[in-house]
Design a protein. Structure first.
Length: 353
């Protein structure tokens, strides 16, 4: 059999792994790239593994993942993938963030997986982008990084930035990227080789099991959140939610404070405002239509709540988004990569999610 010639330029991938990380976190990335080359018969992707100091990356369970090089300003690639499974500061993390900002600014595609998304946001790389955040830290991320458009999708691909919630979604994301680069047939053959059934699109929402202890879930909190998500157009009161899930109002408030660091009404309002922002960005609905669809009885109330949350009115936010998409995207991205004003503040006051 005559194999097709290799592409003139194989995609150069730099995989940056920051502890803690597991083989189940990094394996899907390497497996997908390896199978793409093997199944296609051409060298489609080259990759190198980077750690901050060039030493092997410790994996959960005591294994070590060899690193090809240390991450620094000299890293040059077409696709940068940053993966971590918990935000954990280290001695030189500020130097790392500075290098990440500089490398990210000149890299055509930058990706964060699981808590790699937090590192990218800390480095000012996700301002103005749609961002998929793991359900565990969704609310915290939303409150800290107000310039990002945070979603609960399993992954997001927005211009030159891509983010993924991690876990099983990493497989779906990698196959979506390979499909985008080299077509659906190759992605489907890789999926078959990996034993993956139906490929999930990025629009699919994460499942949100709220875990209170190893192996234990809190069904009342999960039920309350599902009620909120299902009733954004005609919001329920806190008392109604408590009654429907079978707890007192006081118990419900305690659950939200303990696990989400928020009151039910505040969390519910934030959920509706995030839905409104998504509709303003992605649909042609009028501001009035969006406000009604998200449970606001008057446009004035909606505008005031929106401004308090995002710093701009709904109309201003939509106008800014349209301007960025048409003609101002490159300039806006450059500003975001270099670190917008809030990004600097984030670096000075990092919090573990």
């Amino acid at each position: 059999m005559v194999r097709p010639a290799s592409p003139a330029h194989a995609t150069q991938v730099a995989i940056v792994a920051l502890p803690p990380v597991s083989m189940s976190g990094v394996g899907p990335i390497v497996d997908a790239l390896t199978l793409a080359n093997e199944i296609d018969g051409r060298l489609l992707y080259r990759w190198q593994v980077c750690s901050w100091d060039g030493r092997p990356v410790p994996l959960s369970g005591g294994a070590l993942w060899p690193a090809d090089t240390a991450f620094n300003d000299g890293i040059a690639c077409d696709w940068l993938i940053l993966v971590s499974e918990r935000f954990q500061q280290f001695a030189d993390y500020r130097l790392f963030l500075a290098s990440l900002a500089r490398v990210g600014q000149r890299t055509p595609l930058v990706t964060g997986i699981h808590h790699g998304v937090w590192w990218l946001a800390m480095a000012g790389q996700l301002s103005g982008y749609r961002v998929s955040v793991n359900w565990e830290t969704y609310q915290q991320f939303t409150e800290q990084f107000e310039r990002s458009i945070v979603t609960q999708q399993i992954f997001e691909i927005d211009r030159d930035r891509a983010t993924c919630a991690g876990g099983q979604a990493t497989v779906d994301f990698m196959l979506a990227m390979i499909k985008r680069d080299h077509g659906p047939e190759l992605a489907e053959r890789i999926a078959d080789a990996l034993g993956v059934g139906v490929l999930r699109a990025g629009e699919e929402r994460q499942r949100i099991p709220f875990v209170t202890a190893p192996g234990e879930r809190h069904p009342r909190l999960n039920d309350a959140l599902q009620l909120m998500e299902a009733n954004t157009e005609d919001p329920l009161t806190t008392d109604e939610i408590a009654t429907l899930v079978g707890v007192s109002r006081r118990q419900l408030e305690r659950l939200f404070r303990q696990y989400l660091a928020s009151m039910p009404s505040k969390y519910y309002l934030g959920l509706r405002l995030l839905k409104a922002r998504t509709q303003l960005q992605r649909t042609s609905k009028s501001v009035v239509q969006v406000s009604l669809a998200c449970g606001f009885s008057s446009a004035a109330h909606f505008s005031n709540a929106y401004r308090e949350r995002f710093g701009v009115t709904p109309r201003e936010d939509r106008r800014n988004w349209i301007e960025k998409q048409h003609g101002g995207a490159a300039e806006g991205a450059a500003k975001g990569h270099a670190g917008e004003p809030r990004a600097g503040a984030m670096i000075e006051r990092p919090e573990e999610p």
